[in-house]
Design a protein around this ligand. Structure first.
Ligand code: NAP
Ligand code: GLV
Length: 306
């Protein structure tokens, strides 16, 4: 079995070594133009040229959960596209979202500013009941986040494409229930995949339906959010602010207003990182299952786009 590795922005050598160790007998090499035909590709942000030169790939294993960028390329029609399933991401996402939520709810930024001025002052405790949290996307990551938020005793609601039942989470599904989901949500957490249906889903109309004093935590993709609509709603006072981890253009350009907005927190697409060892172990397990003809979790449904 021959595997090519191509990961733009990451070092390929540790992935090659890790996959070789996990798949004894496989030939694993960093992809280069003109490489011999491979059975599988393990990729992050590869160039179109890789797929043009490797039309016989059987499996394309993404080193991340989101496949939106890959779906912009022309992939070999016979190849299965396989995403990472958790691989250590869901606990990171849960801690990141809970941190952003609690920092906002407990006004920790305000306390930090007070402390910087040597000021010992209290803010009035807020009621959790007035901070219902709505999680858009109840998949591998969204479910874990919804449960983690529920453990802090916030009212939690969730929205997905098909109906879900999750203990402690009031579930909504599909376009017909979207408005009702938004109307009872104060803190909106986005964990949707980026697809034609979900692009620009957070805009002036939808964010305007959140409860007054709403807060947005976007940890999925930048193109889910219409930047200027968020800014208008924050500046107009309907939204209290946002914690943004993902952006339309990454790195976020230095002149972008998000960087300096006092009510917006920016992090550099770091809420759930690909963990190399966990990911290599998962991809190796999937490659073996795939080659034995067994079902593999995380195969992307190209018609849905995730
Ligand atoms: P997933 O398991 O595929 O779950 C996707 C969820 O979104 C599912 O619940 C799905 O509904 C729902 N959904 C999809 N299209 C929808 C639509 N049109 N309307 C309503 N709900 C819809 O994905 P995941 O592993 O949780 O990852 C989610 C996203 O997080 C990734 O695609 C990626 O963009 C992002 N991500 C970001 C980072 C970061 O560091 N910032 C890291 C990893 C992932 P069903 O349940 O009905 O299928
Ligand atoms: C990161 O954003 C991922 O999709 O894994």
């Amino acid at each position: 079995m021959r595997i090519v590795v191509c990961c733009t922005g990451m070092k390929a050598a540790p992935w090659v070594a890790g996959l070789e160790a996990a798949l004894p007998g496989a030939v694993v090499e960093e992809w280069q133009a003109g490489a011999p035909p491979a059975d599988h590709a393990v990729v992050w942000a590869p160039p179109q040229q890789l797929f043009d030169e490797q039309p016989r790939l059987k499996g394309i294993f993404n080193m991340g959960a989101g496949v939106d960028a890959l779906l912009q390329l022309r992939l070999p029609p016979e190849a299965a596209l396989v995403r990472l399933d958790d691989a250590g991401m869901s606990v990171q996402m849960a801690e990141f979202v809970c941190h952003a939520l609690i920092r906002h709810f407990r006004e920790l930024d305000g306390y930090e500013q007070d402390a910087a001025q040597g000021r010992w002052s209290f803010r009035r405790p807020r009621s959790r009941a007035e901070f219902p949290v709505g999680v858009m996307g109840l998949g591998v990551l969204g479910q874990r986040v919804a449960q983690a938020v529920a453990a802090f005793e916030f009212p939690v609601r969730g929205w997905s494409r098909t109906a879900r039942a999750i203990e402690g989470v009031q579930c909504f599904a599909g376009p017909a229930q979207f408005d009702a989901f938004l109307a009872g949500t104060r803190v909106l957490v986005n964990l949707l995949p980026l697809t034609p249906e979900t692009e620009n889903i957070m805009n002036r109309a939808t964010l305007g339906r959140l409860l007054p004093g709403g807060y947005v935590i976007n940890v999925a993709r930048g193109a889910h959010l219409v930047d200027e609509d968020l800014l208008a709603l924050v500046d107009g006072g309907h939204l209290a602010g946002a914690a943004l981890d993902v952006f339309r253009t990454e790195p976020l350009p230095p002149a972008h207003p998000f960087w300096r907005h006092p009510k917006i927190t920016v992090t550099p697409h770091t809420s759930a990182r690909t963990l190399r060892d966990e990911s290599i172990a998962q991809i190796a397990r999937k490659v073996r299952a795939f080659d034995r003809g067994e079902p593999v979790a995380g195969v992307v449904d190209l018609s849905r786009g995730y």
